[in-house]
Design a protein. Structure first.
Length: 273
């Protein structure tokens, strides 16, 4: 069986830690790097239901997109939820690895998965930083293989994303040729979207002021939930690991936390059970 460190090294080949933002905390969060791994559970968030599921299926390792520990813990006050969750992971003998902004920037990562419903003629990072490797960077922007009406793209994403509410800015009949994409909160990338001359921006948690500016500029925006826009990377992590483990001749059971749901929902929309 591989160790936790072996699994972390496989993930590093796809999404190196060097791609992560300086403020981020990626890689092994909890656990012993030398611990053996026979079963892995993959999810988006290290929320309380995740550990319950990991215990139920007997997982040795959990891999999430969002880290549990962003900042140093100055105490292990178990009345606080993060120290309490860390203690629960340790007591359960379950390790936790996070792939956050390094997976946002990696090829085939969060934004590439969000781009899946559309066919692109060309696609490249929307924002390239000094530390980014060739072909990596935050967000994606590209030309579609053929122009589409905004309403066609809305239908595609309404089917592709987990149940939730899409916020739309723009004329449904608008013709879209160039699309910018960012899984998760994309408001900070708005200046790059404008510079790219994209007809449409697909992201999450777009600020009201940006939606108004998009309206004034004749740009379209599709804003999904943070959870919904990033969840497609979860099965991508599972597929990557299955292939990588097979090449390494390691036998590990990989499970996706299919029951995972967003932390908030909108009345009147269909919800996951």
């Amino acid at each position: 069986m591989p160790t936790v460190l072996d699994i972390e090294n496989l993930l590093e080949e796809w999404a190196p830690k060097s791609l992560a933002e300086e403020w981020d905390n990626v890689g092994l969060q909890i656990g012993n790097p030398k611990a053996k791994v026979s079963k892995i559970l993959i999810a988006l968030d290290p929320a309380p239901p995740l550990l319950k599921k990991a215990r139920e299926i007997g997982a040795d390792l959990v891999i999430t997109h969002h880290p549990m520990i962003f900042k140093p813990l100055y105490s292990l006050d178990l009345s606080q939820w993060i120290p309490s969750a860390v203690a629960d992971f340790i007591q359960s003998g379950i390790s936790l690895i996070a792939m956050h902004t390094n997976l946002d920037a990696a090829k085939g990562g969060v934004s590439d998965q969000l781009a899946a419903p559309l066919m692109f003629k060309t696609i490249s990072p929307l924002l390239v930083r000094q530390a980014d490797l060739q072909g990596t960077g935050i967000g994606r922007v590209g030309l579609l293989e053929r122009p589409l009406r905004l309403e066609e793209i809305i239908r595609a994403y309404s089917t592709f994303l987990k149940p939730g509410l899409l916020t739309i800015s723009g004329d449904p009949g608008k013709t879209v040729s160039k699309v910018a994409i960012c899984g998760g909160s994309g408001s900070d990338l708005w200046p790059e979207v404008i510079s790219s001359e994209a007809d449409l921006f697909i992201s999450a948690e777009i600020k009201h002021s940006i939606l108004r500016e998009a309206e004034a500029l004749g740009r379209a925006v599709i804003s999904a939930g943070h959870f919904q826009s990033e969840w497609p990377v979860v099965p991508a992590i599972a597929n990557y690991l299955r292939t990588a483990l097979e090449k390494s001749s390691w036998s590990v059971d990989i499970t996706i936390f299919e029951e995972e749901a967003p932390p908030a929902w909108t009345a009147g929309t269909e919800q996951s059970e």
